[in-house]
Design a protein around this ligand. Structure first.
Ligand SMILES: Cc1cc2nc3c(=O)[nH]c(=O)nc-3n(C[C@H](O)[C@H](O)[C@H](O)COP(=O)(O)O)c2cc1C
Length: 322
């Protein structure tokens, strides 16, 4: 029997536009053609200094792709996804919906998380991420076709700590990088993109943590910040990677990242990417070697318990759907 229902592709874009993206650039455009949803890169929104290859742009579009697929699952549709084949092209993927099983309780929880997940860059508590959550986030990432490494203790985290600090310092000294950060942290409100001042933590390089979050405030080390620190966090470090390093791998990594972030939120676990270490080709490559992984690290995150982060803006539906 054929299923005569029609998927609501506009609802899929509604959830997709809430996805996380590097510097909240929201570098995606959607088009509906012949009952399918097409995803395009908006290269005008590419970070030319931080991301000259467009890898993190494509990963960001991959997070939106996961949200779109999830929205279709909530309507009882599966989607056949065909990735584009031009690594620097605009066409990224086509989602062809087909009738599937009703949404599971797990998918409904992820759907609820997609509407209220926010990056949390403030310190976490000293509680370590629970074993059940470690299993759930591994399944989430691997289910998307990516690999994951979960690094719990300081010894295991050492290569990340060293390479992250190095990358963070190199970027801090790069004037073009700093200008680009400024551009995306000082956006007019009407743009509904970028990272607003209200969500940017201060004094991040003075924290009692081995894992510096990106210094969006561009303020460097402020020694007076150290005295105020209370609990020392013990975050989980998560590395997401893929076997290859082509367009479809970047899309896979983005979908794995989105699935991981939502799965974490379902368990009350917050996260923030530590992108510095994978921004620079040298530290990214070195990280892969140090971890002894096969393939390519695509993103590194810190995860732990805290209040949810704060809301950031998103562009309206008609700005992203042609
Ligand atoms: C590919 C990618 C890379 C990111 N890199 C960083 C990062 O290095 N540091 C950071 O604090 N946040 C990073 N983020 C988080 C974004 O800044 C965040 O998703 C965006 O500002 C929207 O905010 P929200 O996640 O709270 O919705 C990254 C997100 C993505 C998808």
């Amino acid at each position: 029997m054929t299923d005569m229902r029609t998927p609501d592709l506009t609802a899929a874009v509604e959830l997709a536009r809430l996805a996380p993206s590097v510097h909240n650039t929201q570098p995606w455009r959607f088009r509906v053609t012949n009952g399918a949803l097409e995803l395009y890169a908006d290269r005008d929104r590419q970070l030319q200094v931080l991301d000259p290859e467009g890898r993190q742009l494509v990963m960001s579009c991959g997070t939106a792709l996961f949200h779109a697929r999830l929205a279709l699952r909530l309507q009882g549709f599966d989607a056949d996804v065909t990735a584009g084949d031009e690594i620097y092209g605009d066409f990224l993927a086509r989602l062809q919906p087909r009738a599937g099983a009703p949404a599971t309780p797990e998918e409904r929880s992820l759907g609820a998380a997609a509407t209220n997940r926010h990056t949390q860059r403030e310190p976490f508590t000293d509680k370590q991420v629970a074993d059940d959550t470690l299993k759930a986030i591994s399944l989430a990432v691997e289910g998307e076709g990516a690999w994951v490494r979960l690094l719990s203790g300081p010894n295991e985290q050492l290569p990340v700590i060293v390479l992250l600090s190095h990358a963070d310092e190199l970027e801090d000294r790069d004037e073009a990088y700093r200008e680009e950060v400024s551009e995306w942290t000082k956006r007019p409100e009407s743009a509904r993109d970028g990272i607003p001042a209200g969500v940017i933590p201060r004094g991040v390089r003075s924290r009692m943590s081995n894992l510096p979050v990106r210094d969006f405030a561009l303020e460097g080390t402020s020694p007076e910040g150290i005295a105020d620190q209370g609990v020392v966090e013990r975050p989980l470090v998560t590395v997401i990677g893929t076997g290859g390093d082509a367009l479809d791998d970047w899309l896979t990594a983005g979908q794995a990242l989105a699935h991981l972030l939502l799965r974490a939120v379902v368990d009350g676990v917050q996260a923030s990417p530590l992108g510095q270490v994978v921004d620079l080709p040298a530290t990214r490559e070195r990280l892969g070697r140090e971890l002894g992984t096969i393939g390519f690290p695509q993103m590194v995150l810190r995860m732990g318990y805290a209040e949810p982060g704060q809301v950031t803006p998103r562009r309206e539906l008609d700005e992203v759907l042609a």
